[in-house]
Write a new protein. Structure first.
Length: 652
């Protein structure tokens, strides 16, 4: 029986400047999805590449005194070296200067021209050269490009146009019949409100003011303009229009694409222009276009002009590609915007990788060395603690699959880390060192086996996100291919009797102040100069309290909790008593918010809990933590999180 196919693409990147962390975000996300599908048994085809035509490239090549192709080659080499350094597992890298692409683009243009979908006219309007985008007067923002904020030029030239208006009703009907075509759903609303409902303009698809591009066969003074050229890479790369039968068979096998992964700034081109081009060609539309949010710097969207570009190579060289990949996909929900901060990265690497995952592997291997001569022991009968860990592991795989199928990478990683933290807690509660000291050999062997199994399951599940650590851990513990298969991510499917090698910690703990200083230097906006503060002056936060270092903040543990029950504390007008579900445990918490909330309106609410606060008694009732609230004057509001965040998730 043939494997199910899965065709995934990233945009083909424009080789303007060296790619920044935002470009890496798109590609790492697509790679994680491709790796996940391969682990699930799919025949995956993962495409990326470069968009190499246009006025910008011709101008820059001329300034460098080089032919465009010669100018481009070292830039493309740099891009491919970055993907290699990130271990991107693409199956094909297409350059739009390749004949397999240019020939088919020229043929497509002639076909659309002959069938009346393309017509000759004159373009008159506003053009942004850096973004290679045409804009109407209505679409400009303060007279500038609405995408990049730079100056636009008024241009007038003979151009061919694509009759977008001919297909707009059919496109809207497709949106209605395929509600999962555009994700997140808010992107669909943007397309309708901003571009379709005001009246979709016909698309300019040729230029005459430069000649670096695919020339129109029937009118060679025109070159095919960027989007008709660039977007068709998704089909030319897999053999559409090829004279080679094997290549054409590839197109039949993989098209339509399962998902185009793109940044939100180019959703318009992928969900309006590209579907209409495919309709005109009589081809099926892609099943999904996922427009993710931006990884922003403190100065906003990253760009060279702002001086806030973060070079991914510097981060990879300093922390390793696993740490870099993990941070990108864990820090923000895929689809939303997030801000890169040095503090956030150091916290993720120290807490999640060093303290949680790395510590679990290292302490388990060390205890096997102390108690069993590094041999994984045969387990005995399970007790309740073992069953609970095994049940969590099995449910974790199901939850990871559910989130990955929706491209919710951050939530999938949250589930894996819930298992990792539960395994560390299991060790603390079972105390193998005590079992060894007391001579409880059978119980010790069972506990050690389950510790190893929790690592095996976690390591299998983390493979889409990291590439080096899973391979290293598998080698250290000696697991076979069968034991390391996705379907084997269940406690009890790993063997015993294997020798576990010694190994250094995978993720050493970082010096917080040193790393924040280094990251700040990497990400400082070079176009602003900070005013020097008087030496010795005490720094004061906006609240008037002295500023604290990251180490002080590290001591506070914030977790997501869900209110199970709520009631008033007898004899205390201001106090409410809650039972809170923190994922791995339940807590009783008392809070002085009765003046602002009725108990029944809080049941089911997701709140933020200070979970490592010392217990205290309020009116004789023990409180095991604190619920975070915001207050101003006589107003108070509980700090809440989306329902999609799992109970017990760390808040940072």
């Amino acid at each position: 029986m043939a494997k199910p196919t899965f065709y995934i693409t990233t945009p083909i990147y424009y080789p303007n400047d060296k790619l920044h962390i935002g470009h890496a975000y798109t590609t790492v996300a697509a790679d994680a999805m491709a790796r996940y599908k391969r682990l699930r048994g799919y025949d995956v085809y993962f495409l990326t590449g470069t968009d190499e035509h246009g006025q910008k490239i011709q101008t820059r090549a001329a300034q460098a005194g080089l032919p465009p192709k010669q100018f481009l080659d070292p830039i493309i080499d740099w891009i491919q070296s970055l993907w290699k350094k990130l271990d991107i597992s693409y199956d094909d890298f297409i350059r739009t200067t390749e004949e397999r692409h240019t020939k088919v683009v020229a043929d497509i243009f002639e076909r659309l021209l002959k069938q009346g979908d393309i017509y000759l006219s004159e373009y008159e309007g506003w053009y942004c050269t850096p973004d290679e985008s045409f804009w109407t007067e209505r679409e400009l923002k303060d007279g500038k490009c609405p995408e990049c904020g730079r100056e636009v030029q008024f241009v007038r030239e003979a151009s061919y146009f694509f009759r977008m208006s001919k297909y707009v009703d059919k496109l809207v009907q497709y949106y209605d019949e395929n509600p999962e075509f555009i994700e997140p759903v808010g992107r669909k609303t943007e397309m309708l409100k901003n571009f379709i409902e005001p009246g979709l303009q016909d698309l300019c698809v040729s230029r005459t003011s430069f000649d670096w591009g695919v020339h129109v066969k029937s009118d060679p003074k025109h070159v095919v303009y960027v989007w008709l050229d660039a977007l068709t890479n998704y089909i030319t790369a897999i053999g559409y229009g090829s004279d080679n039968p094997e290549q054409r068979a590839k197109f039949e096998k993989y098209w339509p694409a399962d998902v185009h992964v793109v940044g939100k700034d180019i959703v318009r081109f992928h969900t309006i222009y590209w579907p209409i081009i495919l309709m005109a060609l009589g081809l099926p539309l892609p099943k999904k276009v996922f427009g993710h949010g931006f990884f922003l710097a403190k100065g906003g969207k990253m760009s060279k002009s702002k001086g806030n570009v973060i070079d991914p190579l510097r981060l990879i060289d300093r922390y390793g590609r696993d740490a870099f990949r993990y941070f990108l996909l864990r820090e923000i929900p895929f689809g939303q915007d997030g801000v890169f901060t040095p503090e956030a990265m150091v916290e993720r690497l120290n807490y999640d990788l060093a303290n949680d995952f790395g510590n679990l592997v290292h302490r388990t291997a060390a205890m096997l060395g102390r108690f069993t001569d590094r041999i994984v022991p045969e387990p005995g009968a399970r007790v309740e603690q073992d069953e609970a860990l095994a049940e969590l592991a099995e449910s974790t795989r199901a939850k990871v699959e559910e989130h990955m199928d929706k491209m919710q990478f951050s939530l999938a990683l949250t589930e894996i880390w819930n298992l990792v933290r539960a395994a560390n807690k299991y060790i603390d509660e079972c105390q193998p060192w005590r079992l060894h000291k007391e001579g409880q050999t059978d119980r010790l062997q069972t506990v050690l086996y389950h510790m190893v199994e929790a690592i095996r399951v976690s390591t299998i599940l983390v493979q889409p996100f990291m590439t080096d650590a899973p391979a290293a851990i598998r080698q250290q513990f000696g697991w076979t291919a069968d034991e390391f298969a996705w379907t084997a991510a269940v406690i009890g499917m790993g063997g015993h009797g294997k020798h576990v090698a010694e190994a250094a910690p995978l993720f050493p703990r970082l010096d917080v102040e040193k790393e924040i200083e280094a990251l700040t230097e990497m990400t400082t906006n070079q176009h602003t100069t900070a005013k020097a503060e008087p030496q010795g002056a005490a720094k004061v936060a906006p609240t008037g309290k002295p500023q604290i270092g990251i180490d002080a903040f590290d001591q506070v543990e914030l977790r997501v909790g869900q209110v199970l029950t709520a009631k008033k504390v007898e004899g205390a007008d201001k106090l409410l008593q809650f039972d809170i579900d923190l994922g791995s445990e339940k807590r009783q918490i008392v809070s002085g918010i009765a003046k602002f909330y009725q108990p029944e309106e809080l049941v089911g609410k997701k709140v933020v809990v200070v979970s490592n606060l010392k217990p205290a008694k309020l009116r004789g009732v023990e409180s095991q933590g604190m619920i975070l609230c915001a207050s101003e004057g006589d107003k108070l509001s509980i700090v809440s999180v989306p329902d999609s965040m799992p109970n017990g998730a760390i808040v940072k």
